[in-house]
Design a binder for this molecule. Structure first.
Ligand code: ZN
Length: 315
């Protein structure tokens, strides 16, 4: 077995790609030799996939990437949930050809003219190129089982799933459109929090999204929030924790400030499973832990229940 292909992935930060067809073994073996190039010059980087195998950080099993993709990025041995991109997630949930994306081209502007180690503008360009996303959330209307609904899915691969003006605005428009069309809302969150590059403008999104959800709730329409690893800070402190039903994926880290900050501030020893989905289920913050492969049928079940009263009233 070729060990050189094992070393590149750091779970949590890697670029999430759709199912990748591995190149033939010969390509792997010859890519680093000095053979003259034949045909139009492609860079070596493009010829070699990031890795054919991924090591599970929980049970250390080597998993064939194709198998991991087919299993919705869940370790087939121990059930560890790897990060999954927003488009793959949408694909795993909605009925084929029913998803109509909203505000697909909305992009952030560098309103503060932020300059740090690199500019906000260059960061945005870099992430847009690497992820083929415009920002950290994809929103749209679609169908899950028999239910027409508004779905927003965040992507940690885009600037740590941080919430800037675009994430806030896209979600607010999604929720408002669901209110108008009398549809349930599902938001699947993963985020490091508000986007520092947009300062106050990102914090304003907390109030804006929360207000839109309050208006949606006044119309007695259900909102299900799904928390995935990790959901923290400004996102957790706004729309992610406002669900009529709050679900989480197994092992997801969920919290406001990180455990180190809390430990330093309170000077208290924290329980070992602090800020995990399991801990929060036991303490009543979330309603259920749902493994990724069961997510779709469970969402259908919950929506059946949450929309039954309204349907009965209408008929
Ligand atoms: Zn595993």
């Amino acid at each position: 077995m070729d060990t050189t292909s094992f070393t590149k992935k750091t779970p949590g930060n890697e670029k999430i790609e759709p199912a990748l067809t591995p190149p033939p073994v010969e390509a792997m073996q010859t890519a680093f030799t000095n053979k003259p190039k034949v045909g139009p010059g492609k860079s070596k980087k493009r010829d070699i996939p990031e890795g054919l195998w991924t090591k599970c950080p929980a049970c250390e099993t080597m998993i064939f990437d194709k198998e991991l993709d087919e299993n919705l990025k869940v370790c087939p041995k121990c059930g560890h949930h790897f990060p999954i991109g927003s488009r793959e997630r949408i694909h795993s949930l909605v009925e084929t050809c029913t998803f109509e994306e909203m505000d697909a081209t909305m992009t952030s502007i560098d309103v503060l003219r932020f300059k740090g180690a690199s500019t906000y503008k260059s960061k945005l360009e870099q992430y847009q190129k690497n992820t083929t996303l415009k920002d950290a959330v994809v929103t749209g209307l679609g169908k899950i089982g028999p239910h027409r609904l508004a779905l927003g899915v965040m992507d940690f691969g885009f600037l740590g799933g941080s919430m800037g003006s675009v994430v806030g605005e896209k979600l607010t428009r999604l929720i408002e459109s669901a209110t108008e069309k009398e549809m349930p809302v599902i938001i699947i969150s993963t985020s490091g929090g508000a986007r520092m590059y947009e300062g106050m403008f990102s914090l304003m999104q907390m109030a804006k999204t929360s207000a839109a959800l309050a208006y949606h709730a006044q119309h007695r329409l259900p909102y299900i929030s799904v928390l995935t690893h990790p959901t923290t800070a400004g996102v957790m402190a706004s729309y992610a924790s406002l669900g009529d039903l709050i679900l989480a994926e197994p092992g997801a880290m969920i919290g406001f400030a990180g455990p180190r900050v809390i430990k330093d501030t309170t000077q208290a020893e924290l329980p070992p499973d602090f800020q995990t989905a399991e801990f929060l289920l036991n303490h009543g913050l979330i309603d259920a832990i749902v493994p990724r492969r069961e997510m779709k049928p469970r969402l259908v079940e919950y929506l059946d229940f949450l929309t039954a009263g309204k349907k009965a009233a209408a008929s």
